[in-house]
Design a protein around this ligand. Structure first.
Ligand SMILES: Cc1cc2nc3c(=O)[nH]c(=O)nc-3n(C[C@H](O)[C@H](O)[C@H](O)COP(=O)(O)O)c2cc1C
Length: 246
């Protein structure tokens, strides 16, 4: 007799088995990422190519990657945020109508939206912002319930987000993946979220910033704050970032 949770896992695996016949060869049917509304002001971020980064040895960054859960009260710079967004969801090449980013994505479909909770980033008011990968820019977002400080309360460890300089909220839009891959696309959503967060860890190691992946949050509450329905778009992963304490 299987426990409920292994039954859930078993069903997920069975219902998302790879079937070549289910893969669509049609052109993309869905928008690759969200766009801003006409009333939203686009806030450009420093161009990553113009940011003079100290060289980092990749092997050192991988060896030094670790979870840090408490952060100093110091601000982060906007250029650091720009780098974190670029290496987690930034566009590195546009070719034949596809957008290739700094993380891999099945079919280059990139089914995510990135929102950030800004607590302490120079030049940005505290609040929730959405990242526009094609413009490498931000737009300010309204909270649909509570305010940006409510996001911390959705997490089991509230201090992760409340003490962070900035926190990342990645949401998945399944239709961007499912139209092409069918049920198998559901697996790709979760695999791809992992790629994004791993890049965040490695880049934070390179910039000597602290970072913590967050999977323990109340799904309904975070979706409600963001104004998403939890079905056509849902929060898939979060992470907090800040300067390390001395
Ligand atoms: C999918 C996932 C979810 C996680 N969720 C949380 C979380 O909700 N809260 C937390 O404090 N750490 C969370 N972590 C961080 C892990 O606890 C951490 O990676 C682990 O303790 C190993 O430490 P290391 O990253 O320094 O190797 C999560 C990590 C992963 C990969």
């Amino acid at each position: 007799m299987q426990s409920d949770s292994s039954w859930t896992g078993h069903r997920f695996l069975q219902e998302t088995l790879f079937r070549d016949s289910e893969q669509s060869v049609a052109q993309p049917k869905t928008r690759i990422c969200g766009i801003c509304e006409p009333n939203q002001t686009i806030i450009p971020l420093p161009a990553p190519a113009d940011i003079p980064l100290d060289p980092v040895i990749l092997w050192d960054a991988l060896d030094n990657r670790q979870t840090i859960r408490s952060y100093s009260p110091d601000e982060m710079h906007k250029w650091e945020l720009s780098i974190l967004l670029h290496y987690t969801q930034g566009v590195r090449e546009k070719k034949n109508g596809s957008h290739f980013r700094t993380v891999p994505s099945a079919g280059a479909l990139h089914p995510f939206e990135t929102r950030i909770v800004v607590n302490r980033v120079d030049g940005l008011f505290p609040g929730i912002y959405r990242y526009l990968p094609l413009d490498h820019a931000l737009v300010r977002e309204e909270c649909h319930s509570g305010d940006h400080e409510s996001v911390a309360k959705t997490c089991k460890n509230t201090a992760l987000v409340s003490s962070s300089a900035v926190s990342f909220i990645w949401t998945a839009v399944p239709e961007r993946m499912i139209w092409k891959f069918g049920p198998r696309g559901w697996r790709y959503l979760f695999l791809e979220a992992g790629h994004i967060c791993q890049n965040l860890y490695v880049v934070c190691a390179g910039l000597s910033l602290g970072v913590c992946a967050i999977g323990s949050y109340n799904d309904d509450d975070i979706n409600c704050i963001l104004g998403i329905d939890g079905e056509s778009e849902f929060c898939i992963y979060m992470a907090s970032v800040g300067r390390k304490k001395e």
